[in-house]
Design a protein around this ligand. Structure first.
Ligand code: F6R
Length: 363
């Protein structure tokens, strides 16, 4: 049931504030003072995390890497399952393995999990389907509570994966004595505020419809981001190519001058995802390099970022201000809306894009 929407993807984008609220209710108490995570999740003796997944779930792992390193002081290795499983990496003592999968049945991710069984201290999975193979074969399975996701392009599963991983990171930070009670309460309150901010962010939909008509004319589109926004740039590019079939690529903003800037010309829109955080100034200078070469920049930022971005930006999409920790969750929404409306403008089949299957159970 599409619930009155034209596509499952549109419904699944729109319902994110509610499903995320459900996930938050599951993991964090109402007054945002405590978390409830399954017994047996012990980070005190862990000295290294290995995170493995495919596609959008892999990008969720990439975001979590920044979080685990910064907030919990844990070194993290992330890899795509198809590479990890055949690389057969050595596993050192004190390694915890985390697998992220919406379906819980992705063949490569399951094979990577089986490789780690008996080698890692603990196998943790972050899944949407609790009775799936990946959940059943883990020591601890954390549900993301997104509800059934039907659109082939993952949307609400991504934001619920990130939300679940964010609580897991805070749990690890607390167990490892890396965060004091006041800072923890602050982060939990910020998580609790997310559904409201997402509702506000969804208010940009009309603007994305207009912008997408222009994007639909492009042959190539670049996405840029820094820090935890780099994986969001990757996710934005993946979403766009999956459903609109426009060639899109993402780069870490600082990599631009190491090659990709050669692609920039007035016909290549450059989508910059940059909340006003501690790295914003650096991103602005990358953006200026693009504009100096005639590139047209679509900047997704907050009001402070918009004020500091300077002249020459083609378009700005305004997000509400948010704790930089959680910006990757909020900024998934404009990425999804731009991909969706660009696909609509091109007339492609949004829910069943060509050549793609919802669940990849063969390698
Ligand atoms: C992209 C998308 C895919 C999946 C990937 C992993 O929109 O949906 O990239 O994220 O196939 O699937 P799961 O999460 O089921 O393991």
């Amino acid at each position: 049931d599409k619930g009155g929407y034209k596509h499952f993807m549109a419904k699944e984008i729109a319902e994110q504030p509610q499903v995320l609220q459900g996930a938050l209710n599951h993991y964090i108490n109402a007054d945002a003072t405590a978390m409830t995570l399954p017994q047996g999740l012990d980070f005190t003796a862990v000295n290294r995390l290995t995170m493995v997944a495919c596609g959008t779930a892999f990008y969720a792992c990439m975001v979590a890497k920044y979080w685990f390193e910064q907030l919990a002081g844990l070194p993290v290795e992330v890899d795509v399952a198809s590479e990890f499983r055949y690389r057969e990496p050595p596993v050192t003592d004190g390694t915890m393995a985390i697998f992220v999968s919406q379906s819980g049945e992705t063949a490569d991710t399951l094979a990577a999990l089986r490789y780690m069984a008996g080698k890692a201290m603990q196998i943790v999975s972050v899944v949407n389907v609790p009775e799936s193979s990946i959940a059943r074969e883990s020591d601890v399975a954390l549900p993301i509570l997104a509800g059934v996701e039907i659109g082939v392009a993952s949307t609400k599963a991504f934001t619920c994966q990130l939300t679940t991983l964010a609580t897991l990171v805070l749990h690890a930070a607390r167990q490892r004595g890396r965060i004091d009670d006041a800072a923890l309460a602050d982060k939990l309150a910020a998580l609790r505020a997310l559904p409201g901010l997402m509702n506000t962010a969804l208010g940009i939909e009309d603007r994305t419809v207009a912008l997408s008509r222009d994007l639909a004319e492009a042959r190539d589109i670049l996405f840029l981001g820094r820090g935890a926004m780099y994986p969001l740039a990757l996710e934005g590019a993946l979403k766009l190519k999956e459903i609109s079939y426009i060639h899109a690529e993402a780069y870490a903003s600082g990599e631009l001058k190491h090659g990709p800037i050669a692609l920039v010309d007035p016909h290549v829109p450059v989508i910059v995802m940059a909340p006003r955080d501690s790295l914003f100034e650096k991103t602005v200078s990358n953006m200026q390099e693009v504009m100096a070469r005639g590139g047209k920049v679509l900047l997704i930022t907050d009001s402070q970022g918009a004020a500091e971005a300077g002249d020459g930006v083609w378009q700005v999409l305004l997000m509400p201000s948010i704790d930089p920790f959680l910006a990757p969750i909020l900024y998934a929404l404009p990425a999804q809306l731009l991909a969706y409306h660009t696909a609509i403008a091109k007339g492609t089949d949004v829910d069943q894009p060509r050549n793609l299957a919802k669940s990849v159970t063969v390698e």
